[in-house]
Design a protein around this ligand. Structure first.
Ligand code: C2E
Ligand code: CA
Ligand code: CA
Length: 263
């Protein structure tokens, strides 16, 4: 016998799983682009790819289905689909003579430890004939997992020419250790750090975190920047790029194309 909320959850999981293949085939998973800005000249320097599930009944945000696909392994297919979509889009822009800007893609931990992720992604890059430089991989380094386990994968990505971005840095899930061990060239400062701007001890922590990242040669991208005062704090402290509603929310591909490449 089931208690209400649990059966609801299971029902949702079963429905999502049953619909997954069909959803991939019907291209219901849509890639959105949130621009990242250079705050000093206010030009777009790239974007992050964010997935949405566009069902006939409406749009589902990733927070609702990622946990389901992470627990049943379908996330590997979804992450690869998003990656391929971005690679194909970059190829299309290259063919149009656009100067490519990197569009980073998220890779869930489950995908990372799945079947030969680097081999699969390398093959897609080769099929599209683009430079892996233009599709950096965002990974959340977590305390829960030893760096040793990620290291060979990070090394293989690096050897294949990919750039790695450390996602959600400074959130409860991240660890300082990752900064030293891995081939990350970008550190994404988590929204929780940005939200602490205006609070004295929070600002101190952010200051030191940024200084540490810089000292280790990382580029700093701030996430979830919403206000003018957050922006000016980050600029004073030498943040390299800004991603957040202050500049732009996620955009549909055409809208992003217009903003990034102008007319
Ligand atoms: P994330 O990687 O940390 O992505 C940033 C999230 O913050 C996005 O939420 C974005 O819309 C939101 N955001 C950006 N700027 C602001 C801001 O100024 N204020 C606020 N309140 N929010 C802001 P979104 O699109 O709902 O994605 C949620 C999470 O889902 C992502 O967090 C990422 O972990 C995951 N995700 C999205 N796409 C994929 C994917 O293709 N594969 C995997 N594995 N995970 C994905
Ligand atoms: Ca991310
Ligand atoms: Ca993040």
């Amino acid at each position: 016998k089931y208690s209400g909320p649990i059966s609801q959850h299971q029902l949702r999981a079963q429905t999502y799983e049953a619909r997954f293949s069909e959803a991939i085939q019907n291209k219901e998973f849509v890639v959105w682009y949130q621009p990242k800005y250079n705050p000093y000249n206010e030009k777009i320097v790239g974007a992050e790819a964010l997935v949405r599930w566009q069902t006939p009944e409406g749009m589902i945000p990733p927070g609702e289905f990622l946990d389901v696909f992470e627990s049943d392994g379908l996330i590997e297919k979804l992450d690869e689909y998003v990656f391929r979509t971005v690679c194909q889009q970059q190829k299309a822009w290259a063919d149009m003579g656009r100067k490519l800007l990197p569009v980073s893609v998220n890779v869930s931990r489950c995908s990372l430890f799945g079947q030969d992720i680097v081999g699969r992604y390398k093959k897609i890059i080769e099929e599209c004939g683009i430079d892996p430089l233009y599709v950096p991989i965002e990974i959340t380094e977590s305390v829960a997992l030893a760096n040793l386990k990620i290291k060979p994968i990070a090394d293989a990505f690096f050897d294949a020419g990919f750039h790695l971005h450390m996602d959600d840095f400074g959130s409860g899930r991240s660890s300082l250790n990752g900064l030293t061990v891995m081939h990350f060239d970008v550190v994404k400062l988590d929204k929780s750090l940005i939200d602490s701007i205006g609070n004295r001890s929070g600002e101190l922590i952010l200051n030191y975190t940024m200084a540490l990242g810089k000292e280790l040669g990382k580029r700093l991208v701030a996430e979830g920047v919403e206000t003018e005062s957050q922006l000016s704090f980050l600029k004073i402290n030498g943040c390299d790029a800004i991603q957040g509603y202050y500049y732009s929310k996620r955009l549909a591909v055409n809208e992003y194309e217009r903003k990034a490449y102008g007319e």
